[in-house]
Write a protein that binds this ligand. Sequence first.
Ligand SMILES: Cc1cc2nc3c(=O)[nH]c(=O)nc-3n(C[C@H](O)[C@H](O)[C@H](O)COP(=O)(O)O)c2cc1C
Length: 304
Amino acid sequence: MKARDAAFSIGPAKFRNPVFLASGPAGYGTEYEELIDLRRIGAVVTKTVTFRPRAGNPGRRLWETSAGLLNSIGLENVGAERFFAEKLPRLVEAGARAVVSLGAEGWDEYRPLLDAAAAAHIVDAVELNLSCPNVDCGGMSIGGDPALVERYVRAAREALPEAAIVAKLTPNTADITILARAAAEGGAHAVTAINTVLGMDLRGPGLEPVFRRERAGLSGPAIFPVALDAVWRIARAVDIPVVASGGISSVEDAEKFFAAGAAAVEVGTAIFYDPGLPERIVDALEARGAAGPPGAKPRKRRKR
Ligand SMILES: Cc1cc2nc3c(=O)[nH]c(=O)nc-3n(C[C@H](O)[C@H](O)[C@H](O)COP(=O)(O)O)c2cc1C
């Protein structure tokens, strides 16, 4: 099967295949161009950009656990102006398909960010980071409220009428399908599930919190079952595609996500120790010879 046979769409945006790099671990994408053939994968979801530059959180930001990684990056990024002028054009020049991750501390920052994205004229797919656990306001505090999810998605649809709008959801909620429904109601073309899972660790002789903010976001293999459960339930709750993120560490994990109903998968933490994984998933899709991802089931909407 040729790579183009695995091509698929999210709303108006077309992708060469359904294997993406998750927002964050790959930075602005080009950091990985020596290690990953960016032209072979479906898309790079860029590090979340906010309207103003952010220095990120002070103190320790990464901590390995026995089966995962805790991070407290705090949305460090160069801000919209530099991102749209330098980072995004550079990624596109490198031959990558970009999905731009947008984040905001609140409405006042969100509106100008949407305007900046619209003015850039090269943004045709965005992932709204409504789920970062490592900032005080914005992120998860927006993404945990279904009414705000709907409002933020609707505003993105209005500001970027020709772009694919994907809402990235937090698992740190009682029922993630409620957030997925809110995103669909707001007009999202797809949802991404999941962002990191809240956690913490203690260290040193006094067993003090590792992170200054105490809580951080857990990623990596430890959260794969949580993500699989979320994808399975969301795929049966809404009619829009689900992009799976969370703990992929093998081709088999990707196959399980597709079997659960995912339309695409994102590889995150695994690229720190296995940068070949995204291309091996593409290889597996191509070798399968079938159009579309393996095992993808028609989505059913459960009546409530
Ligand atoms: C170091 C690091 C930075 C991240 N930064 C972002 C980010 O800026 N925006 C975002 O939406 N998700 C971010 N994430 C979350 C990932 O995109 C992904 O959803 C999560 O880590 C689960 O997938 P994984 O287990 O494959 O890493 C980050 C994750 C890590 C480990």
